[in-house]
Design a protein. Structure first.
Length: 319
C-alpha cells in the first residue's frame, strides 16, 4: 500500500501468508488470494455470515407470516440462500483464476441475493480494491461496518489501507486506530499507522507504533525497517531516545527495545551505552542475532577486538 502516495505499507486483509491473526485469520501483501487454505473467505467469521443469513431468512419469513404466507417466505429465503452460495462459489473460482472482473460481478450478485450478509460486501470491497475501484471498495467496507455495528477490525484495517493508497492520511489513521481499539494485537495496523505518521512528518509518533508492531511480531520486517529508518534520521534522535526509554520502562522483559536503544547509541558513537543495552537484550534473550552483531560492533568500536570476535561467531551460529 502507499502512504501519502510515496510510502509502501502492509497490504489488504486478503492473503494467507501470516497465520494466527485474530479469529484465525491472516494478513499479507496486497494482490494475494483472498481465500483461506480451506477455500473460505478470509476476514469474515463463520458466525457473522451465519447470523446475517439467518437474519435475512427471519426478516422475510416474519414479514410473510404477517400476511399468512409462511411457506412462500421459506421458499423465497431458501432460493436466496441458494443463489448466494452459487455466486459465492463462482466468485471464489474466479478469484483463484485471477479473473477479478468476473469475481466482482458474482460478488455484486451475492449482495443482491443477501444484502444483509457482511461477507458479500467484504469480498466485494477486497476485489474492487484489487481492480482500482477505490470508492466502490470504501462504500463496500462501510456497508460491512454498518452491518457489524463497526465491530470488525479487519474491515477497519482494509478501509485504512484504501484511504492510505488515496493519500487520505487522516482517514487512514482513524481507521487504523479503530482497528487497534477492537484488536490491540493487530500488528499490521500498528505498522501501517507508523507509515502514515512518517508520511505526516511525525517520526517519533511513528516510532511508537513501529515499536509496538515489532514487539508483537519480531519477524515483521516492515516494522523493523520503519524503526531503522527513523533511528537513522539524526534530527529524530533526541525524541527517539525518549520514546525507546519509555517503551523499555513499559515492557521491561522486551529485549527488542534494548536492541533499538543499542542501535541508536551506536549510530551516535555512544559505544559503551550501546554495549550495555545489547548486553541487556541478550540477558533477556540469548538467541537474538541482531543483539550479538550489535554487541560485536560496539566492542570493536571501543577497540575490544578479542571480545568482539566471539559475538560475531555466535551470530553466525544462530543465523
Amino acid at each position: 500500500m502507499v502512504a501519502g502516495g510515496a510510502e509502501k505499507g502492509a497490504g489488504l486483509l486478503e492473503a494467507s501468508e501470516v497465520a494466527a491473526k485474530t479469529s484465525g485469520q491472516a494478513v499479507g501483501a496486497a494482490g494475494d488470494a483472498i481465500t483461506k487454505a480451506d477455500g473460505g473467505l478470509l476476514g469474515m467469521s463463520e458466525e457473522m455470515t451465519t447470523h446475517a443469513m439467518k437474519l435475512t431468512g427471519e426478516s422475510i419469513s416474519g414479514l410473510a407470516k404477517g400476511y399468512g404466507e409462511a411457506d412462500a417466505a421459506e421458499t423465497a429465503a431458501a432460493a436466496e440462500a441458494a443463489a448466494y452460495e452459487r455466486s459465492k462459489k463462482k466468485a471464489m473460482a474466479f478469484v483463484r483464476a485471477n479473473k477479478w472482473r468476473e469475481a466482482r460481478s458474482e460478488c455484486r450478485k451475492m449482495t443482491k441475493a443477501n444484502r444483509l450478509n457482511p461477507e458479500a460486501w467484504f469480498m466485494l470491497g477486497s476485489i474492487s480494491e484489487r481492480l482500482g475501484r477505490h470508492e466502490e471498495a470504501i462504500s463496500s467496507y462501510q456497508t460491512v461496518l454498518r452491518l457489524t455495528a463497526g465491530s470488525h477490525a479487519e474491515t477497519h484495517y482494509n478501509l485504512g489501507v484504501t484511504y492510505q493508497k488515496l493519500g487520505r492520511l487522516e482517514e487512514a489513521m482513524a481507521s487504523y486506530r479503530e482497528a487497534l481499539r477492537i484488536n490491540p494485537s493487530f500488528t499490521e495496523a500498528y505498522s501501517n499507522a507508523g507509515r502514515v505518521l512518517e508520511a505526516q512528518c511525525r517520526p517519533n509518533n511513528a516510532l511508537v507504533y513501529y515499536i509496538e508492531a515489532h514487539r508483537l511480531c519480531s519477524e515483521f520486517t516492515e516494522a523493523k525497517a520503519g524503526i531503522s529508518r527513523i533511528l537513522n534520521k539524526t534530527e529524530a534522535w533526541a525524541g527517539a531516545e525518549e520514546v525507546l526509554k519509555e517503551a523499555s520502562r513499559k515492557n521491561t522483559c522486551d529485549p527488542s527495545t534494548h536492541c533499538h536503544l543499542g542501535e541508536l547509541y551506536w549510530l551516535q558513537g555512544r559505544w559503551k551505552e550501546a554495549e550495555d543495552h545489547y548486553r541487556q537484550a541478550l540477558k533477556l534473550d540469548q538467541t537474538l542475532v541482531d543483539a550479538w552483531i550489535g554487541l560485536g560492533n560496539a566492542l570493536q568500536d571501543q577497540g575490544q577486538y578479542a571480545e568482539s570476535g566471539p559475538c560475531y561467531e555466535q551470530a553466525l551460529t544462530l543465523a
